[in-house]
Design a protein around this ligand. Structure first.
Ligand code: NAD
Length: 259
């Protein structure tokens, strides 16, 4: 029986690339987002047709604790096992602290941080019963460094790094590992929106100048990380070679956090 993986927030960007690469590596896949469109289910069929593994799409809102927990059960029920949990769902909002809308703060903490607590709490007993498992949390360079105007995001991502270390210690020696990947800037819809917002604020700059001089200013390579590079890192963390890697962060950030 093929191993099975659940990737939260995987109908777009990094989560989708991780799902595609885990499928290519032979895992059955549960895709997720909060929407329930024909496109979401078509995506599952497309990946299944490309790779030959089973792929299902499960709608669940990661801002809601009960839906996070039920999602893990639904994925486990569908495949009869759950070997890999990737906590990837995330959103961004940029504003000074004193203007930061309370509702945006709560949503970012719920989706980017608390959802991983709820899914992990549900997945760990299943993985313990199986004697092995992998939890991969998608943190960020902002889990290790701060930037102004991203208070909720930076707090949530630092939080997920701390959560990762704690879970790893609780599970050490159990066959289950828990690690965080910390990407630098990856050109997904989440970042594209920030580029558009910055281009609107700095209207004297061309979009390529906004990308080079503002967005990639923190990333010494001056190149975006690709979603495939994050997908490959996740597959590595799920491999036997990574069995003793636990409670750590892997930066894929073009040198950002070396500074
Ligand atoms: P994205 O917007 O392409 O993907 C975000 C995914 O999360 C989408 O599938 C979206 O549908 C899903 N999502 C959002 N709210 C949800 C909810 N309430 N319930 C379920 N799913 C929900 O962005 P991305 O860049 O691929 O981001 C993926 C993860 O990578 C996030 O955790 C993000 O913080 C992290 N990250 C991104 C970058 C980057 O530069 N793009 C850098 C570091 C970390």
């Amino acid at each position: 029986m093929a191993k099975a993986a659940l990737v939260t927030g995987s109908n777009s960007g990094i989560g989708l690339a991780i799902a595609r690469q885990l499928a290519a590596a032979g895992y059955d896949i549960a895709l997720n987002s909060f929407t329930d469109r024909a496109d979401d289910h078509a995506l599952a069929e497309e990946i299944a047709a490309e790779t030959g593994v089973r792929v299902i799409y499960l709608a669940a809102d990661m801002s809601k604790p009960a839906e996070c927990r039920a999602l893990v059960e639904r994925a486990h029920d569908a495949f009869g096992r759950l070997d890999v949990l990737v906590n990837n769902a995330g959103i961004q909002f940029v504003a000074p602290v004193e203007e930061f809308p309370e509702e945006r703060w709560d949503a970012i903490i719920a989706i980017n941080l608390s959802s991983a607590f709820h899914t992990s709490a549900k997945a760990i007993p299943l993985m313990k019963a199986a004697g092995e498992g992998r939890i991969v949390n998608i943190a960020s360079a902002h889990g290790l460094r701060a930037s102004p105007f991203k208070s909720a995001y930076v707090a949530a991502k630092h939080g997920i790094v701390g959560f990762t270390k704690t879970v790893a210690l609780e599970l050490a020696g159990s066959g289950i590992t828990c690690n965080a990947i910390c990407p630098g800037f990856v050109r997904t819809p989440l970042v594209e929106k920030q580029i558009d917002d910055l281009a609107a604020t700095h209207s004297h700059l061309r979009k390529e100048e906004v990308v080079r001089d503002i967005v990639l200013q923190k990333q010494p390579s001056k190149q975006f990380v690709t979603v495939e590079q994050i997908g490959g890192t996740a597959v590595f963390l799920c491999s036997d070679a990574a069995a003793q890697i636990t409670g750590t962060t892997i930066s894929v950030d073009g040198g950002w956090t070396a500074q």
